[in-house]
Ligand binder design. Structure first.
Ligand SMILES: NC(=O)c1ccc[n+]([C@@H]2O[C@H](COP(=O)([O-])OP(=O)(O)OC[C@H]3O[C@@H](n4cnc5c(N)ncnc54)[C@H](OP(=O)(O)O)[C@@H]3O)[C@@H](O)[C@H]2O)c1
Length: 240
């Protein structure tokens, strides 16, 4: 489970947890991972805290190996970690930041997937879920978030293409669009300077919050985990 330290990732990790279930928790912040681990333990699950910066893709193999050693086998991979930055006019964006965002939101996902796939294919069983965004369906809905929209659109293409390749392998690969969820990511966008990220973008996120349009991380986590029971593959799941 990536991005397991807070927001949607923490809620999914806790929802997955139960007696006999080992949940590997990946993110950078050790204190946030520790809090998620406590919540996993409270549900009877076994947490494994794996602090890792997914932008450093060369470290992903070792992180997955740690998870495999702790759990025995890896049955489910939820690629949830993601960043919404850099926001603002694309001409003003630092190219290095743009590339790092693509690395976290897309390249790291493929590195994690490639690391778990051989084991899943050998056991003919696996579930891979890639957390995307409604912005992938409407790239013009998030003007000023060029790296984010680019990464999520490519993530969905990667997912659906891989699902076709893995048809009948026992390994399913699906997209999940979580809806608009009240998480630290949403609060971070609202806290930005409208002059820097663009008034339209800022106003949209402030309004969603003010209108009570945001759902809870627990709500979207239940929906995501509910989908794991079926054998669908190559689907774009949306929160209900
Ligand atoms: N919230 C929404 O309304 C919404 C809507 C559509 C899609 N989504 C998607 O849902 C996912 C989760 O979003 P969220 O709102 O829960 O975000 P969040 O509250 O900011 O949490 C993001 C998680 O990802 C981790 N992360 C970020 N950069 C990382 C890195 N370089 N290496 C390892 N872990 C990293 C963070 O931990 P560290 O910072 O400690 O590393 C944190 O645990 C994202 O993919 C986002 O695009 C969210």
């Amino acid at each position: 489970m990536t991005g397991a330290g807070r927001g949607i990732g923490r809620a999914v990790a806790v929802e997955l947890a139960g007696p006999g279930v080992t949940v590997a928790l990946l993110a950078r912040s050790p204190d946030e991972l520790a809090e998620t681990a406590a919540q996993v333990r409270a549900r009877g699950g076994t947490p494994v805290e794996i602090p890792v910066d997914l932008a450093e893709t060369e470290k992903i193999g070792a992180a997955v190996e740690r998870a495999r050693e702790a759990a025995g086998t890896i049955d489910t991979l939820v690629n949830n970690a993601g960043v919404v930055w850099p926001l603002g006019p694309t001409a003003a964006v630092d190219p290095g930041e743009w590339a790092t965002a693509i690395t976290i939101n897309l390249v790291a996902v493929t590195a994690l997937t490639l690391a778990v796939l051989p084991g899943m294919l050998a056991q003919r069983r696996g579930r891979i879920v890639n957390v995307s965004s409604g912005a992938a369906a409407r790239p013009d809905s998030m003007i000023g978030g060029n790296a984010y929209v680019t990464s999520k659109t490519a993530l969905e293409a990667h997912t659906l293409n891989l699902a076709g390749e893995l048809a009948d392998s026992g390994v399913t690969v699906n997209v999940y669009r979580p809806g608009a969820v009240e998480t630290p990511l949403q609060g971070w966008i609202r806290s930005r300077d409208p002059d820097q990220i663009g008034e339209g973008l800022h106003e949209r996120f402030v309004r969603m919050h003010a209108d009570g349009a945001l759902i809870t991380p627990e709500h979207t986590a239940r929906c995501l985990v509910g989908h794991l029971a079926d054998a669908d593959t190559g689907q774009v799941w949306t929160v209900t």
